[in-house]
Design a protein around this ligand. Sequence first.
Ligand SMILES: [Zn+2]
Length: 318
Amino acid sequence: MNANRRRFLTTTSMALAAAAAGRSALFARVSQSAGAGQAGPPAAPPTAFAALRGTIGTFVGQGGTIGYHIGKDGVVVVDAQMAPTAQIALQGIRERAGGRMIDVLVNTHHHGDHTEGNAVFRPAVKRILAHVNVPSLQRAAAAQQAAARPGAPPPEPVVADATFVNTWEEDVGGERLALKYYGAAHTSGDVVVTFAKTDVVHMGDLVFNRRHPYIDRPAGASISNWIKVLEAVAGEHGSDTQYIFGHAGERFPVTGARADLLYQRDYLTALLEHVRRELTAGKPKDEIVKTAAALRGFPDHGPLVPRVLTAAYEELAG
Ligand SMILES: [Zn+2]
């Protein structure tokens, strides 16, 4: 956590913590790390608002980083996290926006840690926007979760009410909001969200800053195309553009610059090369996909983990 982020650290209310209690295993883990476990109400998940540039800020909590733009007559929010911290984000954004409705909520992709909070935001949001593949991926993920947990049926996921295929642009609150789909990468529904005037870009999960990514092959992920996507985004924006990342390693920021996009590109390239070498050497799958030393040149990510090796193996082995 950098000093800038620490400065904006906010303490969340116990009422919200109580409402959030027991929501998920991830929440339990976050609570424990925040010192819960003794008698009494659980600790709230750690959350933080941070100013980024001009009208744009970030919120970190439980799930992918939320980005927001608060203009004089319009508000945009990018991603909604899990429900417990969505509540905290919504309250803080509305306070900062003087109680205004949110004009647009963008889902960068369908994963629950970016969309579960849609249900919390829904009453305060005029429109939810996403790539055309996102609602069906979201419903499929919800059905899969329901099948894994028989019993009470889970609530229907709240999905986007407007979708697009390649690009979407509109003016909101003095900003030019531009969404663009570059093809399969982390999933098959990732959009890059650009605030053109302020020159800030939300990358969703196209960047896991110095952290092993989740590569969702069942949802259409492609590492080789992900590499091209990062290259394209870096090429289409200036050297001064500020980027927001879905996730980051513990000691690394959730915002950064073009160099961080290219670092993510180089990591994915090295991952594919590593697995290709192992395949060429004739190693069997179970040996290739077990935990291994860090990729050479990428010590910050720590040891290679089975989930990224399996995704690379399956992509290369076909
Ligand atoms: Zn994701």
